[in-house]
Structures are given as structure tokens and as C-alpha cells.
Design a protein around this ligand. Structure first.
Ligand code: GRF
Length: 209
């Protein structure tokens, strides 16, 4: 397996889940110098880089510098794990087919930000997370895997986020492993898993407490 580059902006717990799953994380790059995840990466002996978006005059210039840094690690896969910047189409196209994102909702419901509060406000009974390939259509690329969690009457955005995050930490390493094992087949928006029961492995529904 060749390496993964993970892009983060903050806490980096999904990145940590990849490292702890024994996946080959070659480098972690943050757009924020104070991202907590950088320390976690360093503590694991992994290259921790910063490309500070504030140092660039516009999105295009930032993305060009970021792409150059990413490609310097020659990754087979780039994983957006809590990376809070919208990427330009040039960046997305350059990494087409090898750029994955974890999003904290059951897409296509609740693309964008504040997903947990929006799920509560919408009154849904199921919420969750999605790992998908990134396309130019924000939060709408081919879905690799999803995990669902119940929404409980007493939930706040915080308790719901914690329940979803626990599943993110299971789902993302599984999806990344499938990619590195070359088991994912993408046709349009549909992703199938070679040599595995997709339903059993790509959909995770924990027991309702
Ligand atoms: C996660 O919920 C992820 O799905 C979202 O931002 C959060 C990042 O958490 N995109 P972390 O930095 O991985 O701890």
C-alpha cells in the first residue's frame, strides 16, 4: 500500500483513527497552524505540515500551493478529515478519483455546515456520517459508505455529534482500507465494493440504546 495524505483544520480525531488503524498515513497537512491534530500527528512520528490559507491572496493561490505540497508526498489517496475549506475545481480535478471526504450527515441530507443542529431541527430520527469521493459538486460525490445513528429525544447537537463521531472513526478507516486494496468500483454516483457484501460492510447501524 502506498501512502495517504490527510488534510485537517482542527482536532484531527478522524486522522488519528486512520493512524491507529495502522493505515499508511504519510503526512498530515493543516490550513491552520494551531490545529490540534498536528501535535497528534507529530506524536505518532508522522510528517505534520502547514499551508496557511491566510498567507495567500485568494482561493486559487492557496489551492495551488496546497496541491503542490500534497503531491510532493506522492499519495495514492488524499483524505479530507475535518478540512474546513471549500476546494477549487482545479484542486479537485487534479486529484480526481483519489480524493475522499468524511461528512457528518447521511448525504444527500444536510450538506454543508452545522449538520447536527440541522438534523435536530428537521426532526429526523436517523442521522449519521458519509464517506464519499470528492467532486466539484460540494458534498455530493459518489458515496463509499455510510453509518447511521438514532436521534434521541433528549439529544443536543453535542450529544448527537459525539454519537456520529464514534461511527466516523469506524467508517473512515474501513473506507480508506477498501480504496488502498483497490476494491472500490465507481460508476457515476454508485460505488460498489469488490469481493465483499456492500450492504453488510458499507452500512453500519449500531443498536438503538
Ligand atoms: C468531523 O465530524 C468530520 O466529519 C467533519 O468535521 C469533523 C472533524 O473532526 N468534517 P476531527 O477533526 O476529525 O476530529
Amino acid at each position: 500500500m502506498s501512502g495517504i495524505v490527510t488534510l485537517i483544520s482542527g482536532r484531527g480525531s478522524n486522522m488519528q483513527a486512520l493512524i491507529e488503524a495502522g493505515l499508511p498515513v504519510a503526512a498530515v497537512i493543516s490550513n491552520r497552524p494551531d490545529a490540534r491534530g498536528l501535535d497528534t500527528a507529530r506524536a505518532h512520528g508522522i510528517a505534520a505540515d502547514v499551508v496557511d490559507h491566510k498567507a495567500f491572496p485568494n482561493r486559487e493561490a492557496f489551492d495551488a500551493a496546497l496541491l503542490e505540497r500534497v503531491l510532493s508526498y506522492r499519495p495514492s489517496l488524499v483524505v479530507l478529515a475535518g478540512f474546513m475549506r471549500v476546494l477549487t475545481s482545479g484542486f479537485v480535478q487534479a486529484l480526481s478519483g483519489r480524493l475522499m471526504n468524511i461528512h457528518p450527515s447521511l448525504l444527500p441530507a444536510f450538506p454543508g455546515l452545522d449538520t447536527h443542529q440541522r438534523a435536530l431541527d428537521a426532526g429526523v430520527k436517523l442521522h449519521g456520517c458519509t464517506v464519499h469521493f470528492v467532486t466539484e459538486d460540494l458534498d455530493h460525490g459518489p458515496v463509499v459508505a455510510q453509518a447511521a445513528v438514532p436521534v434521541l429525544d433528549e439529544d443536543t447537537a453535542g450529544t448527537l455529534a459525539a454519537r456520529v463521531l464514534e461511527q466516523e472513526h469506524r467508517l473512515l478507516p474501513a473506507a480508506v482500507r477498501w480504496f488502498l486494496e483497490d476494491r472500490l468500483e465507481v460508476q457515476g454516483l454508485r460505488v460498489t465494493l469488490r469481493g465483499g457484501a456492500l450492504l453488510a460492510s458499507a452500512l453500519r447501524v449500531p443498536e438503538v440504546p
